[in-house]
Every structure is written in structure tokens, then in C-alpha cells.
Design a protein around this ligand. Structure first.
Ligand code: KIV
Ligand code: ZN
Length: 420
């Protein structure tokens, strides 16, 4: 990995560990394996399969993933104790490219209030754990937990100690999602520049989204020289979640000219992966979620629909096909315009002009005010009702607004006509 192009960003997916450990997201071994297979298709560089010491089921899930997955590094998490490290190694040693991931706190808050240790004791324990892990596995990652709130000098000392002990990947976590992008970028830059031996390590980051800054902090770290990103599908993870894989990957792709960075993810598998994770965790994706939300490529207002129908570039910065969708969506609502209305009718093979078109448009507006979305089925019925309308005078079909006096009556009548 260290020989890769300096512009290459490695994608470390922790959906099955940090994502899965959040409340309501539990996955059994079969579900974890299904997601791991999909992550393999997606082309991530590293799959963090779980936390093997936590339960026999998770140990087994990690082992099945390590045995089967090819083309990606498989890692699992250990605290800085032999029992955890042995469990990780037992679970992942059959992987094509195994990695042991060790976590131990670095902030004074954690050292004093969680571990009840001194800084020196933490350094010693971390270095011993890394050296032990290296005696088992060539590839060892060290994560100084809560680095975002740590004393930068002590963080630098920790990083150089762990590199000297044998860690070849250093992952800087903003565990509590506390940092501002420029602060986090500065912290990562400082560690890379100041820690002795940093040229022998790959620098990674792991950001949480408590203040909605996980992707921004990740980007700042990439600008500062980090080249590995820890992230999850749909941004799931502890509390407000982790850096969202789909957001960071599409950011690299859409703004490639500006950022000059690239990764190996096959973006056309993004939607399929997102849906699988949502289905297996039983947790829907929020509709306005960037890249994978149901509305991410949907246009509802008349002004936007008109613009998109003239040229997608007007309102779309990425193509739906690039994330594995067949097309963007024009949603017909009470805020839609005639352009979208006729466009959709045309796609259904219906062309209305003059009076029937006007009558249909009026009927559409009246119905649209009564429901969230007007469907193709509604449109077919509206068109059928309007096709016989030839003009506003003397044709046996007075304009719909004259037939139906007040709004509620209009709505009720239409509902009755359409739904029976
Ligand atoms: O948030 C965190 O610090 C973690 C570590 C294990 C990287 O999840
Ligand atoms: Zn985390």
C-alpha cells in the first residue's frame, strides 16, 4: 500500500464493526457475510469485519468473512490486551491479507476518567500490544482513541512510539465528532510532519458525525496528507454515525479535478450496497441523505423539473447512473409544472393538446393538492377523463373548474373518480 500513487485514497469500510455496534443495527453472521460480499463487489480496500472478543457470534462472522473475501484486506478490532489480540488473530488469520487493529485512548479525558492510568502507562501498554500483534501479523493498525481531543504533543509521542513498536498504519480518530475541519486537518498535518518514522506508516482517519462534520473533517485530513479513510455505508455508526462512504467516494469523484485524489471504489455498486445495508439492518435511509437518499436524485418543484428536463446539468452535479440508479426521478406533486406533467404523460405514451391538455392539467392540480405524489396510474385516469374534452364551450364538457365549484368538492370528486 505504501507503494501506491500519492493520489490514491484507500477506503476502509467499518460498517460491520462501528456501524453494526450502534443501537438497533445488530447483524447476524449470515447478514454480515452478505454485506461483506457486497463490499467486495463495491471494491473497498479494507473491510473491518467486527470485534471478535465481543461474542462467539461475532468471532464466527469475522472468521467466515476472512475465509471468503478476496481482493480486500480483512481486519478486526482489539483493545490493547492479549486476549483481544488473540481473538482477532484467531478470527482473521486465514484472510488473504489480514490486519490487526488495536485501539487505546490518547486523550487525558479518557486516560484519567476511563482508564484510570497515566500517560506513560498508556504508552507502554500500547507499545506492548503493537509488538505482540506484530509477532502474529505483518499488518498492524494503531488507533489512538479520542485523538481529536488529545494534547497534540502527546499524540505525536504516541504515534512515534507505536510506529517504533511496529504499527504500519496509524489511524487518527475524532472519536467524539468534536473537531472543526481546519483543526482536524492541522492535527493530522502536525502528526505526519512531526512524528519520527511517519514516512514508514500509512495515515488513516476515522471521524464521527456528532456535529455533522465527519465528511468535512475527513476531507480536511486528506488535504493534510492522510491517505486512508474509515467510513460506513449510509454513514451508520455510534451515536450520529461515521463518515459516510458514499459521500466521501462521490466527493472524490465529482471534485476530482479540484482535489486530484482517487479511490478504487466501483461507484455503480453504491446504491445496491446502501439498500442491502438498510434492508439487513432494518433501518431506512433518511430520504434527503446525500447520494443514497430516495430524494437524492428526485426533482419535485416545477422550476427544477423544467431545468432538469432541459438539461440535467442545471440541477445535477452527478449522474444517477454513476451510483447505480437507472435515472433521476421527476416526482409529480402540487409544486410541479406543466413541463414535467406533459413529459410524464408522454413517457406513458399519452399526448394531449389544447382543451384536453388544459382540462387534464386542472384535474392534475386539483388532485395533487390532496396527496403527496401523483402516480402514473393517477395520470392515466386523469388523461382518460380529459381526452374527450374538446373545448370550453358547447362540447358537453364545461371546464373542470366550472364543473367543480369549491376546492374540497373538486378534491372529493377527483378522488372518487380515480379511486372509486
Ligand atoms: O471512534 C473511534 O475512536 C473508534 C476506534 C476504534 C477507531 O471507533
Ligand atoms: Zn468510531
Amino acid at each position: 500500500m505504501k507503494d501506491a500513487s500519492p493520489d490514491r485514497v484507500f477506503i476502509f469500510d467499518t460498517t460491520l464493526r462501528d456501524g453494526e455496534q450502534s443501537p438497533g443495527f445488530h447483524l447476524d453472521s449470515n447478514s454480515k457475510l452478505r454485506i461483506a460480499r457486497q463490499l467486495e463487489k463495491l471494491g473497498v480496500d479494507v473491510i473491518e469485519a467486527g470485534f471478535p472478543i465481543s461474542s462467539p457470534g461475532d468471532f464466527e462472522a469475522c472468521r467466515r468473512i476472512a475465509r471468503e473475501i478476496r481482493g480486500a484486506t480483512v481486519t478486526a478490532l482489539a483493545r490493547a490486551v492479549r486476549e483481544d489480540i488473540d481473538a482477532v488473530w484467531g478470527a482473521i488469520k486465514e484472510a488473504e491479507d489480514p490486519q490487526i487493529h488495536i485501539v487505546l485512548s490518547v486523550s487525558d479525558v479518557h486516560i484519567n476518567r476511563k482508564l484510570g492510568m497515566t500517560r506513560d502507562e498508556v504508552l507502554k501498554r500500547g507499545a506492548e500490544a503493537v509488538a505482540y500483534a506484530r509477532s502474529l501479523c505483518e499488518n498492524v493498525q494503531y488507533s489512538p482513541e479520542d485523538a481529536g481531543r488529545a494534547d497534540p504533543d502527546y499524540l505525536v509521542e504516541t504515534v512515534e512510539t507505536m510506529i517504533a513498536a511496529g504499527a504500519n498504519v496509524i489511524n487518527i480518530p475524532d472519536t467524539t465528532g468534536y473537531c472543526l475541519p481546519y483543526e482536524f486537518g492541522e492535527l493530522v498535518r502536525r502528526v505526519i510532519n512531526e512524528a519520527r518514522g511517519s514516512e514508514r506508516a500509512l495515515f488513516s482517519v476515522h471521524c464521527h458525525n456528532d456535529l455533522g462534520l465527519a465528511v468535512a473533517n475527513t476531507l480536511a485530513a486528506l488535504s493534510a496528507g492522510a491517505r486512508r479513510v474509515e467510513c460506513t455505508i449510509n454513514g451508520i455508526g455510534e451515536r450520529a454515525g461515521n463518515t459516510s462512504l458514499e459521500e466521501v467516494v462521490m466527493l472524490l469523484r465529482v471534485r476530482q479535478a479540484k482535489l486530484g485524489l482517487e479511490c478504487g471504489v466501483n461507484t455503480t455498486e453504491i446504491t445496491r450496497t446502501s439498500r442491502l445495508v438498510s434492508e439487513l439492518t432494518g433501518t431506512p435511509v433518511q430520504p434527503n441523505k446525500a447520494v443514497v437518499g430516495a430524494n437524492a436524485f428526485a426533482h419535485a418543484s416545477g422550476i427544477h423539473q423544467d431545468g432538469v428536463l432541459k438539461d440535467r446539468l442545471n440541477y445535477e452535479i452527478m449522474k444517477p447512473e454513476d451510483v447505480g440508479l437507472s435515472d433521476s426521478k421527476i416526482v409529480l406533486t402540487a409544486r410541479s409544472g406543466r413541463h414535467a406533467f406533459h413529459h410524464r404523460l408522454n413517457r406513458l405514451g399519452i399526448t394531449l393538446v389544447d382543451a384536453p391538455a388544459d382540462a387534464a392539467w386542472q384535474r392534475f392540480l386539483q388532485l395533487a393538492d390532496t396527496k403527496k405524489e401523483v402516480t402514473d396510474e393517477d395520470l392515466r385516469k386523469i388523461a382518460a377523463m380529459s381526452e374527450t374534452t374538446n373545448g370550453h364551450e358547447g362540447n358537453g364538457h364545461p371546464p373542470v373548474t366550472d364543473q367543480l365549484h369549491d376546492h374540497n368538492h373538486v378534491a372529493d370528486t377527483l378522488r372518487h373518480l380515480i379511486f372509486g
